[in-house]
Design a binder for this molecule. Structure first.
Ligand code: NDP
Ligand code: 8X3
Length: 250
């Protein structure tokens, strides 16, 4: 029987690379995101396995439920859920923080992850198997200046992942968390609201992680034997020692 993986935020960065890597490993892919043209491109580019696309905003609880319910029967046996959709919005001290940015981060990174999980879980509980990979961050382990609400959203992902692992232990469902350091994707462009120069500066003077590095790790984690769960991984560029300590050669 085909193994099926659903990846949220598959239109860019880590999610896109993960869709490709899991396809290469033989998983049939359900790719989600808001940008339908990018989902269509992905579907055309992944040629080795079938790809099913679902366009929805993870903030929209009803849209999430409707999208998952709309899956044809032969796409409902989801083995792997990669809860990846998320971003930072802004980088500012709390006293000058933008409330719309705070809402976006909490609604997407925390509540969106919960909505998708809530919609997909019954499909795993039915079969008493499944593997959920939540994408946290080093920002969910350490708070850094001006990171306040983004860090809070990723600390929440850490707590939710630990809680899910406990709650689902009797159900045969594995829960794992991947916590990357600096990965060069569209992440900083989104954080800095389209300022490409500022975004590029985040990755200068050292070699950041690539989305493919995270995709490789996720593929390794989901292809371990049934009795193994790699519960939590912190993955950093070799030049990064903590959220704020970097060996930059500028
Ligand atoms: P990208 O900006 O490249 O990708 C973000 C993805 O999330 C896109 O596919 C986007 O799709 C999707 N997304 C964002 N908002 C929504 C929404 N409201 N509804 C549905 N999908 C949404 O960033 P990354 O690949 O770097 O980020 C992926 C994850 O990795 C995030 O959770 C991020 O916090 C985490 N992370 C990133 C790190 C980094 O340094 N890059 C380090 C640690 C963690 P679309 O816009 O089409 O909806
Ligand atoms: C993304 C990494 O350090 O910008 O989660 O917060 S960082």
């Amino acid at each position: 029987m085909a193994r099926i993986a659903l990846v949220t935020g598959a239109t860019s960065g880590i999610g896109r690379a993960t869709a490709f890597a899991l396809a290469k490993a033989g998983y049939h892919i359900i790719a989600t995101g808001r940008r339908t043209e990018r989902l269509q491109e992905l579907k055309e580019q992944i040629t080795e396995v079938p790809v099913y696309t679902l366009a929805f905003d993870v903030r929209d609880r009803e849209a999430v439920q409707e999208a998952i319910s709309s899956l044809p029967a032969d796409w409902k046996g989801i083995d792997v859920l990669v809860n990846n959709a998320g971003n930072a919005h802004g980088l500012a001290p709390v006293q000058s923080g933008n409330i719309a940015d705070w809402d976006a981060m909490l609604d997407i990174n925390v509540k969106g992850l919960l909505y998708v999980t809530h919609a997909v879980l019954p499909l795993m509980l039915n079969r008493k198997k499944g593997h959920i990979i939540n994408i946290g961050s080093i920002a969910g382990k350490e708070v850094y200046a001006n990171g306040n609400v983004y860090c809070a959203s990723k600390f929440a992902v850490d707590a939710i992942s630990k809680g899910m692992r406990i709650d689902l232990i009797q159900e045969g469902i594995k829960v794992s968390e991947v916590n990357p350091g600096l990965v060069e994707t569209e992440f900083s462009e989104v954080r800095f609201k389209g300022d490409r120069e500022r975004a590029a500066g985040v990755y200068q003077g050292y070699e950041p992680l690539r989305a493919d590095d995270i995709a490789d790790l996720i593929t390794f984690m989901v292809t371990r034997p049934a009795h193994v769960n790699i519960a939590e991984v912190l993955i950093l560029p070799a030049a990064q020692a903590s959220a704020t300590v970097l060996n930059k050669q500028l």
